[in-house]
Design a protein around this ligand. Structure first.
Ligand code: ZN
Ligand code: ZN
Length: 425
């Protein structure tokens, strides 16, 4: 085999894709319930958009982007995260001029040059939402509850909501200095990544999973103790809003987000079954991002949730998700003239909305009946020369094991009725 898929990518085959479709359909349905509309942006954008919004010092921009020069000499980057493209589209299409809160959801492929580990891919897929245009804590609560509703709807109820506030550009620098002062004496105990973070982004050291880093930062000053009055009030209101809805959460003062543009509320929803990579969904506010991308000051909040991670959690907890597949009808025919009629009938019934299969391998009648069985067909139509001449076919109900002669006339209506559904597209 001379060709292989690129490292860190996967082929999603039909059996697996059925689960993806079920999770995606659930996500769309929940988003529509909460009043979010779908947005689709290009798979690649100007590199500068991500460098400026995500932040030059972040791991994403520093080492994980798929960046290329196009034939026109422009630097382009495959989407490494979902929010910046939505903000760019919101500005470019003048949606901010409509005022009010604008709510979007997306299902997108995300590209990052990740180190290989379980549940991480270089092309992964994200379900995400963004709500732009309000600072109200009630919007934070709505976004968080949408995430919980989605996970619960796919069958993941035993999740934990982790909550923090990471402040704003006014109060964060004070905390950053306190954190640096604390860490300066402990630099020797930090991993190489954290030693680099010390200068550019010390907040992320709190989030490091290396045990020596966790020990070294055990009593480090946390952002919650440094919030300005505006951030503190906002956070209190978000917590009250969740409590009013009886949504349980755990304060997680060490929770930070990997991207520079986050402000105030930061949250994650984790699942205990997943071990180290246990975060199913993460998000937060980004009140400065729209302005940073060249727009008017506009607050925003959203989340992203990896589909691979959600599917892995479903697998580990033994849950199954599926859209109930429509029953199939199989048309069996042996000699060439009947095969022509079988193909005509199949096309007619497929246009009527039925899921129809027929033989393309020259099987015998017995072979075709075996295939119908293997496919789990609910009904089989048997086309025989003498019966067709009389305008009739044999209709076999595979579930009941009964068969009868029925007229060709009115066959679509009869089979639709018998399959107990009707689908017209
Ligand atoms: Zn603040
Ligand atoms: Zn570290």
């Amino acid at each position: 085999m001379p060709y292989r898929r690129p490292r860190g990518t996967q082929d999603i085959l039909p059996a697996e894709a059925a689960k993806w479709q079920a999770v995606e359909a659930t996500f769309r349905e929940i988003c529509e319930r909460f009043g979010y509309g779908e947005i689709r942006t290009p798979m690649f954008e100007q590199t500068e958009l991500f460098v400026r919004s995500v932040g030059e010092s972040t791991d994403i921009v520093a080492k994980e982007m798929y960046t290329f020069t196009d034939r026109g000499g422009r630097s382009m980057t495959l989407r490494p995260e979902g929010t910046a493209p939505v903000v760019r589209a919101y500005l470019e299409n003048g949606l901010y001029a409509q005022g009010g809160v604008q709510k979007f959801y997306y299902l997108s492929a995300i590209f990052r040059y990740e180190r290989r580990q379980e549940g991480r891919y270089r092309q992964h897929h994200q379900a995400g939402i963004e709500a732009l245009g309000s600072l109200q804590p009630s919007l934070d609560v709505e976004v968080i509850t949408l995430g919980l509703t989605y996970l619960s709807a796919v069958g993941l109820d035993e999740v934990e909501l982790l909550l923090n506030s990471i402040g704003c550009p006014r109060c964060r620098p004070v905390h950053r200095e306190a954190l640096r002062a604390y860490l300066r004496d402990r630099l020797d105990h930090l991993c190489p990544d954290c030693q680099r973070r010390f200068e550019v982004n010390p907040l992320r050291i709190l989030d490091c999973k290396v045990p020596t880093c966790q020990t070294a930062t055990q009593d480090a000053p946390v952002m919650l103790d440094y919030l300005c009055s505006e951030c503190a009030e906002h956070f209190t209101a978000v917590r009250k809003g969740l409590t009013d809805l009886e949504v349980a959460y755990t304060l997680q003062p060490r929770l930070v987000r990997g991207l520079d543009y986050y402000t105030k509320t930061a949250f994650e929803i984790a699942h205990p079954a997943l071990g180290a990579q246990n975060v199913l969904l993460g998000g937060g506010r980004y009140d400065g991002l729209v302005e940073q991308c060249g727009g008017p000051p506009t607050p925003g909040i959203g989340f992203g949730s990896g589909l691979e991670r959600v599917l892995l959690a479903l697998e580990k907890t033994g849950r199954t998700v599926s859209l109930s597949p429509r029953p199939r009808l199989y048309i069996a025919a042996v000699s060439p003239p009947e095969r022509v009629q079988a193909q005509q009938l199949a096309w007619q019934l497929r246009r009527e909305g039925l899921r129809v299969e027929l033989d393309h391998e020259g099987r015998s009648l017995k072979g075709q009946m075996r295939q119908a069985n293997r496919l789990g067909a609910a009904l089989v139509l048997l086309l025989k020369e003498d019966e067709l001449a009389a305008g009739q076919v044999t209709l076999r109900d595979m579930r009941r094991g009964e068969q009868e002669l029925v007229p060709l006339e009115g066959l679509p209506e009869r089979t639709i009725r018998q399959l107990g559904h009707s689908h017209r597209w």
